[in-house]
Design a protein around this ligand. Structure first.
Ligand SMILES: Nc1ncnc2c1ncn2[C@@H]1O[C@H](COP(=O)(O)OP(=O)(O)OP(=O)(O)O)[C@@H](O)[C@H]1O
Ligand SMILES: [Mg+2]
Length: 461
């Protein structure tokens, strides 16, 4: 487990709350309060690892509820956070779940997903640790396969020593060639495990998996595994041999244990669309009898801390950090059952986006819309310039439309930009080598008539 702590020590060097916020700033405009509180929560995840055992047991994660209108960046924050953090991170939509006992995913599946991710993370670490050794062994395996049968170095054969000497010089020559990459196309025989039962895949899907048993591995242990020799190019054999060698070098029991602990201690679950399981929404989802309250009630123990069975063992959710988000336009946080509200003690509100925010969102983020369109046009040698007053006009139009029709936040920019770019996108092949300038006049010419007609804009933008 010391290994686990080492991993997080390097994390502590890397990501201060300030750094997390500044990474988020590269993609998300505004929303300082939300960024700050997720950054602190993330940091506390790591700090907790370094606290004395006794106090650590007392430090529970402070779950967060992000509230903000549609299209203001809630999901975007979680997406970026997921890429930033080195903690096991799962992002799920609350609407995916149905009450226990009904067809569909039960809430515990998010914990199982978290464990899967943690196990993978630990295994990846282990692979890095043994990689060199594994590659060395793979080379030896390939050399074994290359050397014709009978040349194996058994000393007690007649003239054994001279034979084995010969073998070893051949082996060294082959090794040189192999390292020079000259033998990649040569065929060798490799012992591969045959997929005994193709239906195993079907079993390991959600249904049976929900019992926390990995039917795939149970079945494959019960059924006779057949190994078969297959001929393949060295180039192809490498990956297969590498996996086989890893199985020998990596102790899966250790990985399992470390993975479970990683999930328990460092796991983060982002629960999106929580408002959709609150009462007061449009209609009940999931068919008769499946209530949203039911889903909420199922969520309670997870947030409180419960033991969940997974295929790798039982995991406690007591220290898993939950970050929930919801627009809460059809419902309010107070429509959630009180116990659930109480388990999301930190509330952050995201601001509604202004026209000035829209201007920035169009250009500033690393994946800004204008940058995207410019890149798309570049592939056809069309250079796209969007003037500042055009950006302003687009932002204003998007903002106005949000006020006059439905407020869909920054998503409006996507529809407006797509419409604006339609002609240029269509004609790009004929504009090869040219510079296309989108200025205020162009924006007005292409969008104004739609904006002015509320019926048109309701359908088009
Ligand atoms: N503050 C922002 N800065 C940059 N881009 C943003 C911002 N807010 C939203 N966007 C963009 O708008 C789109 C929708 O945002 P997002 O998915 O985060 O909305 P949301 O808050 O989760 O809304 P919903 O409640 O409907 O799920 C994304 O493509 C995102 O890039
Ligand atoms: Mg969202």
């Amino acid at each position: 487990m010391s290994q686990l702590v080492e991993v997080s020590q390097s994390q502590l060097d890397g990501l201060t709350p300030r750094q997390i916020v500044s990474e988020l700033d590269k993609y998300i405009v505004g929303q300082a309060a939300a960024k700050k509180s997720v950054a602190i929560a993330l940091r506390n995840r790591m700090r907790r690892q370094f606290v004395d055992d006794e106090i650590r047991a007392e430090i529970k994660p402070k779950n967060i509820l992000m509230i903000g209108a549609t299209g203001v960046g809630k999901t975007e924050i979680s997406r970026r956070l997921a890429r930033l953090t080195t903690c096991p991170f799962v992002k799920v939509e609350a609407t995916k779940f149905t009450e226990v006992g009904y067809v569909g995913r039960d809430v515990e599946s998010m914990v199982r997903d978290l464990v899967d991710i943690s196990i993978d993370m630990v295994r990846e670490e282990e692979i890095l640790r043994v990689e060199e050794e594994a590659e060395r062994l793979v080379t030896e395996e390939i050399l074994d396969a290359l050397l014709p049968a009978g040349h194996s170095s058994s000393e007690d054969e007649e003239g054994g020593s001279s034979l084995s000497e010969k073998t070893s010089t051949t082996r060294e020559k082959l090794r040189e060639k192999l390292e020079a990459g000259e033998l990649e196309e040569r065929y060798i025989e490799v012992l591969v495990e045959e997929a005994v039962n193709p239906q195993v895949e079907v079993f390991s899907q959600d249904g049976i998996d929900q019992m926390g048993i990995d039917m795939g591995s149970v079945l494959s242990e019960l059924l006779p595994s057949s190994k078969k020799k297959r001929k393949m190019r060295i180039r192809e054999a490498r990956a297969i041999l590498f996996e086989q060698v890893l199985d020998l070098l990596i102790n899966m029991d250790d990985v399992r244990q470390a993975g479970l602990q990683l999930a328990e201690e460092m796991g983060i679950i982002f629960l999106d669309e929580l408002d959709k399981v609150a009462a007061g929404g449009r209609e009940e989802t999931g068919g008769p009898g499946v209530s949203r309250q039911g889903v909420q009630r199922d969520l309670l123990p997870l947030l409180e801390g419960t033991a969940v069975r997974t295929r790798y063992g039982t995991v406690s959710t007591e220290n898993v950090l939950f970050i929930a988000a919801g627009a809460f336009n059809m419902s309010k946080p107070s429509d959630l059952i009180p116990e659930l509200q109480g388990r999301l003690p930190i509330r952050v509100e995201l601001d509604n986006l202004t026209a000035a925010d829209f201007r920035r969102i169009l250009c500033e983020p690393k994946d800004a819309l204008v940058t995207q369109y410019r890149a798309l046009m570049e592939t056809e040698a069309v250079s796209l310039t969007v003037s500042e007053d055009a950006i302003e006009a687009i932002a204003n139009i998007a903002y106005e439309l949000n006020q006059t029709t439905e407020n869909i936040g920054a998503r409006r920019l996507t529809t407006v930009m797509e419409r604006l770019m339609e002609d240029i996108s269509y004609d790009a092949d004929q504009l090869r080598g040219q510079t296309v300038v989108i200025d205020k006049a162009y924006v007005e010419e292409h969008l104004q008539n739609i904006v002015e007609d509320p019926d048109l804009s309701r359908y088009i933008l």
